[in-house]
Ligand binder design. Sequence first.
Ligand code: 13P
Length: 254
Amino acid sequence: MMRKQFAAANWKMNLTYQQAAELLKAVISADLELNENRVVLFAVPFPYLELANGSVLQKKYYFTAAQNCSNKKSGAFTGEVSAEMLKSLNVSYCLVGHSERREHFGETNEMLSEKVMICLTYGMTPVFCCGEPLQIREQNTQNDFVKKQLNDSLFPLSAQQLLKVVIAYEPVWAIGTGKTATNEQAQEMHSYIRSVLEEHFGREVSQKISILYGGSVKANNAKELFACGDVDGGLVGGASLNASDFIEIVRALK
Ligand code: 13P
């Protein structure tokens, strides 16, 4: 069984509109061998979603993603963006629970469970981010830490709902540090995550869930990371801001 492989660009809070347009154009005009199971996502800032849609909606296998959405349906929440709004713009994916959101904006596992649910309600695929900070890795308790993130935010779902979720494992100590997890560390955690899903949702379901790796994925390490059996592509920050680096990373997909 071939799981869907993703090269996902997370631009975070970077680029002007003009730079964004140029980067999209460069990536989209590259000759990439994509198909149903080998796709590219652009997680762009909200004001650029329509711009990105303009480039990707006419192409197959490229999709836009939001970097966040509200856990509330609608109403008096100034500055927030709802899942329903995103869906009405034809945005098909949404990052949920990126470690920067957890750290700087106080997102809790419980809020993230609501965000996952609200994305699914509006037919968007949540890309649920999990991963441990450095001190947890140093205590070697990363498995329990990640298990709790999955337990609190994803276990409330039915198996049918989980099948519509993508997971991204991003060890916090590897994000933006240039200190990538080794292939062994990535494979070990990804296979652990899959075993946790298997325990709760069954083997068949767990085998179908794409688990992306994020944290200093670069053009020169993507191939070996993506070659790991349980790594189904990557969520890429810094290197996704450079067209030729990101193109190389897309080419490294299984
Ligand atoms: P870097 O690739 O810059 O380490 O960022 C990873 C990340 O947070 C992607 O969501």
